[in-house]
Design a protein around this ligand. Structure first.
Ligand code: NAP
Length: 470
């Protein structure tokens, strides 16, 4: 593993970065701990004002950041620009709402006095982030934790180092003090060293099951609270009375957006028998209409994958699925380019023994299943090791919500695509991980929920006050 920007459209090695030294890590820990101490007495509104400045700075640098992201990992430049704007929205939202979100919660109690839970910062958070949304993944942890008063050390993916570096520079240029969010090109061992350090009191990882297990193991060993945002095989369920114009207009987009490299991409389309043929025909037609090309060209609609390695892995998964009996219902024609393009494909007839049935395909491959009842649709959606998100289309949204609540995932959107917004909790169950990011739930991931019970005097006549419980 080396930190390198390799443009997946041209294969050019654009920049290489040396690993961080151990003393750089020690300096970052020391400065992070110092910021945490200072934040304890700083009015939260001051951090809110700086976070608004971060949002403004990101918008000011939107074109530059979009280009950096596209060169790092290949996504369409319009998608990169959208990601920068989403980061600014998240920053503004936490700047505006954190004071209220972090207000103490009072508790009705039979204890003598008034009880409340206060939400205090805990220290330095070690964050480990993936390449597929190089900026948004940072912001999901940075904005809420900065407002809480935690500082952060970032280890970003080896293939998006320039995005990580520039994002953190812009945060500092906007006025956030050095040491609040430090990007370091760490080795895996240095990540473990950071987790072991007593100044680190939280660990947030977004990534694969493999990366998640290693980092969660280190967090467990050193008893550090952690959140894990891992992979997904999200179902897209189409009930028999769904509006098929809406369904067909959306289905291809939610599979091909970011070249299919999204944890919450719809990876399994579970379609009722009466609309199955119409669905499949439309999906083929829409997959066939994409236009591969330079992702920096706004006219391009199919981007390359993020690396050659990712493309090769997906190809071998597709080959294995077909060898195990799946039918290749469609694949895009050959693409005349040396870029890391993967020809969008549609698989059908995947039976439960096929490796594609339970393994995440992180790229533009859609798996389509035919079902004959809602029960069968729900059972198929749930017969999966992952439980991140999902989409469900139904003629009646209320009925759709009832069916959605039987799907074992952390999020389901009815008659709409998944929109990740700061006010909405994001996360999953099963192998998709645990904990939530964003919203109040996510903001409280790394806080000391300190109980304060305040009385004028002890009251030994009070049934609880008369008891000593330790
Ligand atoms: P990955 O290999 O797990 O990498 C994610 C991050 O973890 C990278 O920074 C990686 O560093 C680091 N990492 C991996 N192993 C590590 C270890 N032993 N110690 C320390 N750091 C380690 O994930 P990926 O395959 O690149 O990312 C795609 C996966 O992320 C997919 O499964 C996708 O579904 C999931 N994802 C989930 C969410 C969510 O919110 N639930 C969002 C986006 C993506 P290196 O790059 O240096 O290896």
């Amino acid at each position: 593993m080396t930190y390198q920007t390799v443009n997946p459209y041209t294969n050019e090695v654009v920049t290489e970065y040396p690993f961080a030294t151990d003393s750089e890590l020690q300096d970052a820990l020391a400065l992070g701990a110092q910021r945490y101490e200072e934040f304890k007495t700083q009015p939260i509104a001051e951090r809110g004002a700086l976070l608004h400045k971060v949002a403004a700075a990101l918008r000011e640098h939107a074109d530059e950041l979009a280009k950096i992201c596209t060169v790092d990992m290949g996504k369409l430049v319009g998608e990169s620009a959208g990601e920068v704007e989403l980061c600014a929205i998240i920053a503004d939202w936490f700047a505006d709402h954190s004071e209220e979100l972090l207000r103490p919660d009072s508790i009705e109690t039979i204890a003598t006095g008034e009880a409340e839970v206060r939400h205090h910062a805990v220290g330095v958070v070690m964050m480990v982030e993936p390449w597929n949304f190089p900026y948004y993944q940072i912001m999901r942890v940075f904005a809420p934790n900065y407002m809480v008063g935690n500082s952060m050390i970032l280890k970003h993916a080896a293939n998006t180092p320039t995005s990580a570096k520039r994002f953190c520079e812009i945060v500092e240029e906007a006025g956030v003090p050095k040491g609040t969010l430090t990007n370091l090109f760490l080795t895996y061992d240095q990540v473990t060293d950071a987790i072991a350090d007593p100044r680190v009191q939280g660990v947030a990882l977004t990534g694969s099951e493999r990366g998640g297990k290693s980092v969660a193991e280190a967090a467990g060993k050193y008893l550090k609270k952690n959140t894990m945002e891992l992979g997904g095989m999200d179902p897209f369920v189409v009930l028999g009375d769904a509006n098929m114009d809406d369904v067909t207009n959306l289905a291809w987009r939610v599979r091909l957006y970011n070249c299919g490299q999204v944890c919450t991409s719809s990876k399994r389309f579970i379609v009722m028998d009466n609309v199955y043929d119409e669905f499949l025909d439309a999906l083929k037609k829409n997959f066939a209409a994409v236009k591969p090309g330079d992702p920096l060209d706004p006219a391009t609609t199919l981007a390359p994958m993020n690396t050659k390695r990712a493309k090769e892995k997906l190809q071998s998964q597709l080959d294995d699925a077909i060898a195990a009996g799946a039918k290749l219902a469609y694949q895009y024609p050959e693409i005349d380019s040396d870029g890391q393009f993967f020809r969008p494909a549609i698989l059908t007839d995947i039976d439960p023994s096929n490796p594609a049935y339970k393994s995440e395909m992180f790229g533009p491959v859609a798996a389509v299943y035919r079902v004959h009842s809602e029960e069968e649709a729900v059972a198929l959606a749930n017969d999966n090791p992952y439980g991140l998100g999902g989409i469900l289309f139904a003629g009646d949204p209320d009925h759709g919500a009832e069916v959605a609540s039987r799907i074992e995932t952390g999020m389901v959107y009815v008659n709409n695509f998944m929109a990740s917004l700061p006010e909405l909790p994001f996360g999953g169950v099963k192998l998709s991980g645990y904990g939530r990011e964003m919203s109040r739930i996510g903001q409280l991931a790394f806080v000391n929920e300190q109980l304060i019970v305040k009385a004028a005097h002890p009251d030994l006549t009070n049934p609880a006050g008369g008891l000593v419980v330790a």
